[in-house]
Design a protein around this ligand. Structure first.
Ligand SMILES: [Zn+2]
Length: 579
C-alpha cells in the first residue's frame, strides 16, 4: 500500500544536504552548525541534527523538519514544497487527479517557463545591442545604474513585428506555447506576431524564480504606457507581486512596502530601498496579502494625498479584514511619488515609510473629518460609517480595541458602540453561512493540518454532525488520537490511506483560519437549527397537553439556544482558542 508520501519523501531526502544549499554548515560532534537564515546573527546558533532530521535555531527559536525549512526559506506553500520534493526524490504523489493529468500540466508549465526564459534572453540581448541604444539612454535618464538593470534583468523589445517570433523559432520554442503565455499573438490569416514592440521589458518572476510574464513600458509618450502579459496557466495577476521573489529575504527582515508600478519598485531598489513590491495592474487582493504573509505581517501601503487616494485607502482595507493583518499606511504629499523621491530624496521616502501609521488611525480620522462628535447626527453617521468595518475585523482583540477607541472619541459608552458592531457582526456571520457552503471534506482537511481545529471540533461536539461516512470516521479518529495518523502504528490502514490522500493535497489553500471559522460556524449553526426544530415540536406537544412546568422548562431551553445562536461567533472563537 502506498501510504505516507511525506514520510517516504523524508526517508529519501537528507536534511543536511537540503539545508546546505542555503546555509554553510560545519560539523561539530553529532550535529551541524551554521548562521541562521531566518534571523541576522554573527555567531552560529542554527543547528541541524542529521540523526533526527530536524533543525533548530537557538537564537530565534525557528525549528522543524525538511518540509518546514523549505517552506520557510523559499516562501513556498506545503503543496509546492511537496511537489518539488516529490520530483526530486521520484516519489509518486497520490492525488485526486490522475497521474497522467499531473504530468501533462507539469510539462506544459515547463514549456511556458522555457519560453519565458528564451524571451528574457532575447530582450536583454536586444537591450545590449545597437537596436537597444535608445532604450539604454531612456533607462540612464531615469537614473538606473547598470547593476540595477542587470539585477532586474530589464530588457528591450524592438520595434517591428517578428523579432521575438523569429528568435523563439530559432530556439525551438513552439509558437503555440509562446502564444499560450502571451509572448506572441496569432494572426487571423495564420502566423504569429510580437505582442511587445518598442518597449522596455520587465520580467515577472514567480516564487520559484521562473519567468512567468513580462511588463512592457513604452519609451517616451504614447498609449498605453504599460502592457502586461495576459493571464496564462502560469501567470495569475492576483497571485503574483512584482519583485517579491527577489525581495523576499529583505521583506522577511524589514517588512514589505506595496507601491503602484514596477518603475517605482526598480527606482526604489536603485536608490537602495529593496523591500518594495508592486501589483500588476490590479488592486491588492486577499491572495496577495496571503502571499506576503508567508514572509511578513508588516505591510505598508502607499497612497496619494488627494481625494482619490483617500477613497482608495478605504477600499484597500477590505481584503485585509479577513487576514488578521493591519496594514500601515503612508500618505504622500500631493506633489510626491515614490519614483520621484527615489531619484531626488530617498531619505525623505525612508522617513515616510518609518513613520507609517496603522490604517485604522487614518480610517478614524477620515470619518471624523468635518464632523462634530458632540452633535447627535454626526455621532450616528460616524458610527454607521465605521461599525460595519470594525465588525468585519476578524481578530477579536483588535475589534475590542477599535470599539473602545471609537467609544472614547465619540464620547459614548463602550456598550453602545459594541452593540452596534455586534449587530453588524451577526449579519456577517449569517450571510457567510448562507452563501458559502461548508464541506465536511474541507473541515477534515483543516483538522489534518491543525491541532486547534481538532480541539474545536471536539469541544463543540461537532463530530456527531458529520454526515458522510468516510469523513465522519476520519473525524472521529482524529478527535481520539490527534493528527499524527501517518506516524501512528495502530492506525487502521483504511483510515491511514484516506488521510494520506488528503494530506497529499497539502494544507487548505487560502485563508485556513477563516475557512476553519466558517466551516465550524456553519456546522454548529446547523446543529442549533436541528435542536430548535426538535424543541418546537416538544413545545407544541406540551402546549397541547397543557403541561405548564414542562412548557416553561422547554421555553427556557429555547431561549438559551436563541442566545447561543446569536453569540455563535464568540462561541466558535472561544472553542478555537481552547477555552
Ligand atoms: Zn534564527
Amino acid at each position: 500500500m502506498n501510504t505516507g508520501v511525506v514520510e517516504q519523501i523524508k526517508g529519501k531526502l537528507d536534511i543536511v544536504a537540503v539545508i546546505s544549499e542555503h546555509v554553510n554548515l560545519t560539523r561539530k560532534g553529532k550535529s551541524f552548525w551554521g548562521l541562521c537564515p531566518f534571523h541576522a546573527e554573527k555567531d552560529a546558533s542554527f543547528t541541524v541534527n542529521a540523526e533526527k532530521q530536524v533543525y533548530k535555531c537557538f537564537g530565534c527559536g525557528e525549528g522543524g523538519d525538511v518540509f518546514s525549512f523549505a517552506m520557510k526559506v523559499k516562501g513556498l506553500s506545503f503543496a509546492e514544497v511537496l511537489e518539488e520534493f516529490a520530483q526530486r526524490t521520484g516519489v509518486v504523489l497520490e492525488r485526486d487527479r490522475t497521474q497522467a493529468n499531473r504530468q501533462e500540466r507539469l510539462s506544459a508549465n515547463k514549456a511556458f517557463f522555457s519560453a519565458g526564459k528564451a524571451a528574457l534572453e532575447f530582450f536583454t540581448r536586444t537591450l545590449a545591442s545597437d537596436e537597444g541604444r535608445h532604450a539604454r539612454t531612456y533607462l540612464k535618464d531615469r537614473g538606473l545604474s547598470d547593476a540595477t538593470i542587470h539585477d532586474f534583468a530589464i530588457g528591450y523589445a524592438p520595434e517591428g513585428w517578428d523579432g521575438l517570433v523569429n528568435y523563439l523559432k530559432k530556439r525551438g520554442v513552439p509558437s503555440e506555447i509562446a502564444a499560450g503565455c502571451g509572448l506572441v499573438i496569432k494572426k487571423e490569416k495564420g502566423g504569429y506576431y510580437d505582442r511587445f514592440r518598442g518597449r522596455v521589458m520587465f520580467p515577472i518572476l514567480d516564487l520559484r524564480g521562473e519567468v512567468v510574464a513580462f511588463g512592457g513600458r513604452i519609451i517616451g509618450p504614447g498609449e498605453p504606457k504599460y502592457i502586461n502579459s495576459p493571464e496564462s496557466p502560469v501567470f495569475e495577476k492576483r497571485k503574483l507581486l512584482y519583485n517579491l521573489n527577489q525581495a523576499k529575504r529583505v521583506i522577511q527582515e524589514q517588512g514589505a512596502v506595496v507601491v503602484e508600478g514596477y518603475m517605482d519598485v526598480v527606482s526604489l531598489a536603485n536608490a537602495g530601498f529593496a523591500g518594495a513590491v508592486a501589483t500588476l495592474g490590479t488592486a491588492l487582493s486577499e491572495d496577495h496579502i496571503r502571499l506576503l504573509k508567508r514572509f511578513t505581517t508588516d505591510i505598508t501601503l502607499v497612497f496619494d494625498g488627494d481625494a482619490a487616494g483617500r477613497k482608495a485607502m478605504v477600499r484597500a482595507l477590505e481584503p485585509f479584514l479577513a487576514t488578521g493583518i493591519i496594514p500601515k499606511v503612508v500618505i504622500l504629499p500631493q506633489d510626491k511619488d515614490p519614483d520621484d523621491m527615489a531619484r531626488t530624496d530617498i531619505n525623505l521616502w525612508k522617513t515616510f515609510v518609518s513613520e507609517a501609521r496603522s490604517i485604522w488611525d487614518f480610517m478614524y480620522d477620515e470619518s471624523f473629518r468635518g464632523r462634530d462628535p458632540s452633535k447627535f447626527e454626526h455621532q450616528s453617521t460616524i458610527l454607521k460609517d465605521l461599525a460595519p468595518m470594525i465588525a468585519r475585523e476578524n481578530d477579536a482583540t483588535v475589534r475590542d480595541l477599535l470599539v473602545e477607541r471609537l467609544a472614547v472619541r465619540l464620547g459614548l459608552g463602550i456598550d453602545t458602540v459594541a452593540r452596534q458592531v455586534r449587530s453588524k457582526n451577526e449579519q456577517v456571520v449569517l450571510s457567510q453561512g448562507q452563501t458559502k457552503d461548508y464541506t465536511e471534506a474541507d473541515l477534515v482537511r483543516l483538522m489534518l493540518f491543525d491541532e486547534q481545529a481538532i480541539q474545536a471540533v471536539k469541544t463543540l461536539n461537532l463530530n456527531l454532525e458529520f454526515k458522510q461516512a468516510d469523513t465522519a470516521t476520519l473525524a472521529a479518529y482524529l478527535i481520539e488520537h490527534g493528527n499524527c495518523i501517518l506516524n501512528d502504528a495502530v492506525c487502521p490502514d483504511a483510515i491511514r490511506s484516506a488521510a494520506a490522500k488528503i494530506i497529499a493535497q497539502g494544507p487548505y489553500e487560502g485563508d485556513g483560519a477563516k475557512a476553519l471559522r466558517d466551516n465550524i460556524s456553519k456546522l454548529l449553526s446547523l446543529r442549533y437549527d436541528r435542536d430548535m426544530n426538535r424543541l418546537q415540536g416538544l413545545i407544541a406537544e406540551a402546549d397541547k397537553t397543557n403541561d405548564k412546568t414542562r412548557l416553561r422548562g422547554l421555553q427556557n431551553e429555547k431561549m438559551a439556544l436563541v442566545r447561543a445562536k446569536r453569540n455563535i461567533h464568540t462561541i466558535v472563537a472561544e472553542a478555537l482558542e481552547g477555552k
